[in-house]
Design a protein around this ligand. Structure first.
Ligand SMILES: NC(=O)c1ccc[n+]([C@@H]2O[C@H](COP(=O)([O-])OP(=O)(O)OC[C@H]3O[C@@H](n4cnc5c(N)ncnc54)[C@H](OP(=O)(O)O)[C@@H]3O)[C@@H](O)[C@H]2O)c1
Length: 338
């Protein structure tokens, strides 16, 4: 037990070993048991960015566990293809096509209202949609795309879906972050975005990889705040990273990284594993709420400063005002509408 804990931690710190398929192959020998075969029967889940890569694999794994799956993408043709593929591959799968661009806040509001009119409860949400554009692109509301896709859209969607999540009487929300978030400090140092302009990456040259890491760090901070805010509602909120996974997104955004690491990259089912396990088994989770390979991981490494609460409040305030949602107070509870 102690040996596996030390080995697990060493894999994590080594990054290259832990994040590749070497990490999951080793950890599989000691990690917690799989969900029961029909663990999600009678349950309803939403997976965003599920038209390819890790999201499609998450949707498929949920269908294999007998969940009703709402498969969401921004391109109707891709949604139709991915949903059809899962229906063909998994006998009896119930997959519902959902089209919404999660970076478009008006589209998110309209889609959430529509979903609310169609269903009575929702047991799981995986905020998986992600992108790493090379150039700064703005959404219809004028937000930088990665901020909107990784942070603002999922935040707004979480708030709008709260009634459905509460009615499930035992739900989970998972933010798909990235190990890349470790390269951005937590909200404590002067390098963390200090203002709305900063968050929108308006100053200096746009660096897609750096903005990706920052918005992936924001997801971890946001999920932690949501976890506290909803702790009394039996809604668990977690963030996680999938390791390094062979996907169309990696091929497109990081071609050199892919060529170098390809033999060791995980397959998409492997990248999907922890998200599905978190929703299907709802493990106990401590503050931080950041997971990889079915175990909680630190949100900062030893040499990084820990979070400053005032900085976190400032960040959450900015997210609330950009999305027109409830504010979080210093105890992460909701206070007032913007
Ligand atoms: N692959 C890895 O090694 C890795 C590592 C760490 C974290 N992650 C995270 O895991 C998640 C999935 O990554 P992936 O590698 O599977 O990426 P991917 O192959 O690029 O797939 C991303 C999915 O998200 C969708 N999407 C993008 N923007 C969207 C939007 N605004 N609204 C709705 N859907 C949108 C894409 O749809 P379109 O086809 O229409 O673009 C696609 O279905 C991402 O959040 C990523 O940051 C991946």
């Amino acid at each position: 037990m102690r040996f596996t804990r030390v080995l697990d931690g060493a894999l994590d710190r080594s990054v290259a070993l832990g994040y590749t398929k070497i990490g999951s192959r080793l950890r599989r020998t000691w990690w917690p048991p799989d969900p029961r075969p029909n663990a999600m029967a009678g349950k309803r889940v939403l997976v965003t960015g599920a038209t390819g890569g890790i999201g499609e694999a998450i949707a498929r794994s949920f269908a294999e566990l007998d969940a009703t799956v709402h498969l969401l993408g921004r391109n109707a043709d891709k949604v139709r293809r991915a949903a059809g593929e899962i229906r063909r591959a998994v006998p009896g799968a119930v997959v519902i096509d959902e089209v919404c661009d999660v970076s478009d806040l008006d589209a998110v509001r309209a889609w959430c209202d529509d979903l609310d009119a169609r269903i009575d409860e929702l047991h799981g949400v995986v905020h998986n949609a992600g992108a790493m554009p090379k150039h700064r692109v703005e959404t219809p509301q004028g937000h930088e795309t990665q901020l909107a896709c990784h942070v603002l859209g999922p935040h707004l969607m979480t708030e709008r879906l709260l009634p459905l999540l509460r009615d499930a009487e035992g739900a989970s929300v998972v933010f798909m972050s990235s190990g890349g978030m470790y390269t951005t400090p937590s909200p404590a140092s002067g390098r963390y975005p200090q203002s709305a302009d900063d968050m929108e990456s308006k100053s200096g040259d746009y660096n897609g990889v750096r903005v990706y890491a920052r918005t992936k760090r924001m997801q971890v901070v946001l999920a932690d705040a949501w976890a506290s805010r909803l702790s009394g509602d039996d809604i668990r909120v977690e963030s996680m990273h999938p390791g390094w996974v062979e996907t169309p997104g990696v091929a497109d955004a990081l071609p050199v990284f892919r060529v170098v690491t390809r033999p060791l990259l995980r397959d998409t089912a492997d990248g999907a594993d922890t998200a599905v396990w978190l929703v299907a088994t709802r493990p106990e989770s401590a503050p931080g709420h950041f997971w990889h390979d079915r175990a909680q991981r630190p949100t900062t490494f030893g040499w990084q400063r820990s979070e400053d609460r005032q900085e976190v409040v400032r960040f959450l305030d900015a997210v609330s005002s950009m999305t027109g949602t409830m504010r979080f107070n210093a105890n992460w509870q909701e206070t007032q509408h913007d």
